[in-house]
Design a protein around this ligand. Structure first.
Ligand code: GTP
Ligand code: MG
Length: 200
């Protein structure tokens, strides 16, 4: 898919405030600092569309971006950031949960996983929660430029083994670096193919 345009569309605190359109939508989520905003910017060839920062917890709303005038990306708050207050964390939890359970336009959830880390409990819990609620997901391993080729392959193979302990089938998997622009074509092709068969 060629990106002709990408623009910020709306920030919402609640799912009922999300854009009232029937465009197909793809959500990006993961632990704080996993590289969501960087991945989104890299996907749509835009340096600063989604705000990136080295301070975790920057994205605190449901942010909609409109791409090529015919589909949406949503950038969701990172989960598992310890320094936000407990009340706020529960708020994020409810906001995220409502979004996933109620957003009809949602096609796939892209769960971002830091390729450098051992499988994290919070990621596995979230992936399993999506699975139990029959919300289609794909996995995106991020920041692979920070690993050697061998270490990258070992970590991803290990992750797959852990997931196969829970699920019979693995979701689609993308291996990416926002920095090196790796894996972007694959993700965009996946979205393009799904948009072709999408029926509101
Ligand atoms: P929150 O919105 O705070 O939850 O974070 P986020 O998941 O949106 O992460 P963000 O894109 O802001 O990136 C966090 C840090 O990781 C930044 O310092 C990025 O420059 C860095 N980063 C993101 N992607 C990559 C990558 O592919 N390679 C490398 N080397 N660094 C990356
Ligand atoms: Mg962000």
């Amino acid at each position: 898919m060629i990106i002709h345009s990408a623009e910020f569309f709306k920030s919402s605190e609640k799912v009922i405030q999300c854009p009232d359109t029937l465009l197909p939508e793809y959500a990006f989520i993961g632990r704080s600092n996993v590289g969501k905003s960087s991945l989104i910017n890299s996907l749509v060839n835009h340096k600063n569309l989604a705000k990136t920062s080295s301070t975790p917890g920057k994205t605190q709303l449901i942010n909609h971006f409109l791409v090529n005038q015919n589909w949406h990306i949503t950038d969701l708050p990172g989960y598992g950031y310890a320094k936000v207050s407990k009340a706020k964390k529960e708020g994020f939890g409810k906001m995220i949960e409502d979004y996933f359970l109620q957003r009809q336009q949602l096609q796939y959830t892209f769960v971002l996983i830091d390729s450098r880390l051992e499988p994290q409990k919070i990621d596995l819990e979230f992936i399993n929660w999506l699975g139990e609620n029959q919300i289609p997901l794909v996995l995106v391993f991020t920041k692979t430029d920070k690993l050697s080729r061998l270490k990258k392959e070992q970590n991803i193979a290990h992750y797959k083994t852990i997931l196969l302990g829970y699920w019979e089938e693995l979701p689609p998997i993308f291996i990416t670096s926002a920095e090196k622009k790796e894996g972007m074509t694959e993700i965009l092709d996946f979205i393009e193919n799904n948009n072709l068969i999408y029926q509101p």
